[in-house]
Structures are given as C-alpha cells and as structure tokens.
Design a protein around this ligand. Sequence first.
Ligand SMILES: Nc1ncnc2c1ncn2[C@@H]1O[C@H](COP(=O)(O)OP(=O)(O)O)[C@@H](O)[C@H]1O
Ligand SMILES: [Mg+2]
Length: 257
Amino acid sequence: MDLQLNRKLEIRGICKSYRNHAILKNMSFAVENGEFLSILGPSGCGKTTLLRILIGLLPPDAGSILKDGCDITGAKPSNRGMGIVFQNYALFEHMTVLRNVEYALKFQKIPKKEARERAEHMVEAVGLKEHASKMPRNLSGGQQQRVAIARTLALKPDIVLLDEPMSALDVATRLSMRAELKALQSQFGTTMIYVTHDQEEAFALSDRIMILNSGEISQLDTPENIVRHPANAYVQTFVLDNLQAKVDSLARFIGGK
Ligand SMILES: Nc1ncnc2c1ncn2[C@@H]1O[C@H](COP(=O)(O)OP(=O)(O)O)[C@@H](O)[C@H]1O
Ligand SMILES: [Mg+2]
C-alpha cells in the first residue's frame, strides 16, 4: 500500500520565531486521513502557534504545508477546508444556538434553505435540539462548547483543529464530551488535531500523540508505543509520570461518587 495516498497533511520544516526567540524549530510530521492526533505539551511550548500556522492565521518563517499533496502554505484560511475550535468557544452572544451555527454558513454562499437544514442537523448531532432557540448565556459550559463544535463541523471541514477545547469544563463534563467528540469524528470521518496539556486526555482520545517540548517533537507515536518505549527522559517525566498521577486522581474521583 502506498502510505502517501493516505496522507492528509504533511508539515515540512516549519520554523517560527518571535523577536529572535525560536518557538517552532524545524518541525516536520504527517497526519493520516481520519486520524485523531493529539499535540501534547506544557503551556508556552508552541501548541497554539502551530495551530495558527496550520490554519493560516500566522505565516511560518520557513517550511511548507501540504494538504492532500497540494501546497497550501500561502493559502487563505477560508480556502484550506479546515475548521478550528477555540478554548473560549468564541460564540456570538446575541444569537441563538441555531443562528450561531447557521451564521458561519452565510460566508460560504450556501442557499438559505440548505444552510438552515444543515445547521439544524448539526445542532441535533451534538445533542442540542431542545436548546436550539436558547442564547449562549443560558447554556452550561459543556453545551456552549458543543455549539462551537457544531458551528465548526457545519462547514464540513475535512480537518478540524481543537485548541484545548475542554480546559474550561469540569471533570465530569470533560469525560462525556470526549466520547461525543470521538462519536462525531467517526460519524463525519474528520481528521482531528487536538491540542492539550492534559496527558490523560491525550492518551484517552488519540490514535497518535505528538509530544512537544520547547518547539521540538520529543516523540510522535501511538499511546501504546509511547508507554512501552518512551523516547527520552522528558517523555518519561513530563508524560508518563504525570499520566500515572492523573489516572490515580481520576480513579479517586470515580471511586468517591
Ligand atoms: N504574538 C506573539 N508575540 C511574541 N511572542 C509570542 C506571541 N505569541 C506567542 N508567543 C510566545 O510563544 C510561545 C509559545 O506560545 P503558544 O504557541 O501560545 O504556546 P502554547 O499554546 O503551547 O501555550 C510563548 O512563549 C509565547 O509567549
Ligand atoms: Mg495555547
């Protein structure tokens, strides 16, 4: 089998500096079609910078990005077929749930009737049918995040980038959102790149995990291979030791119910 055929995204030699301070250092990796890839690293290691470069909000200093084999390094964000979900949801506060989802479709010149139907379908797919006419302020954090996800998926991107989307949610909501996110991914066949600083979350969700340390890839592999063969001391201490601590505290949380 030609592995190249299945390659959704290829990143070649991406570099980015802010005022002579290197943030991303010659980063190269590929993402497979339909894959759930997590990018795991501590605050400040360059995760958001990388997502902004992938979606085209920020130009790299060097390197290129290929999608389905085509160079998209200089393409406008709206021409990349990618969607992004931010940490703070960024919903339109004066619009209902349904209008929030529908509004995004306006810019794609989709006929009104089709836009309404697609928005209704997506609102239902994220389990918010009964809340479609509510305003965002009357929803829980988890529900607001689902609106943000519905709004992104309604545009039918083939790659969705998620920047720490669960970090404002409580533990129980995070756990149920994870399952929903995975279900949505298999329903729509979307390639997902999921940024997190939470080791346990990355291991629970991902086909593969990219461990970032100061703008360099420490290891990119399946969760199983990372546990069995940590690439270096950083992976062992930052990832595996912390993972054990998180699993222990989660077990206490569930045990204490
Ligand atoms: N616009 C900017 N100007 C200068 N430095 C920045 C800018 N954006 C991010 N940085 C710096 O780049 C580094 C990586 O930031 P970021 O990609 O947001 O990290 P993460 O998302 O992993 O927390 C941080 O040290 C941050 O302070
Ligand atoms: Mg960030």
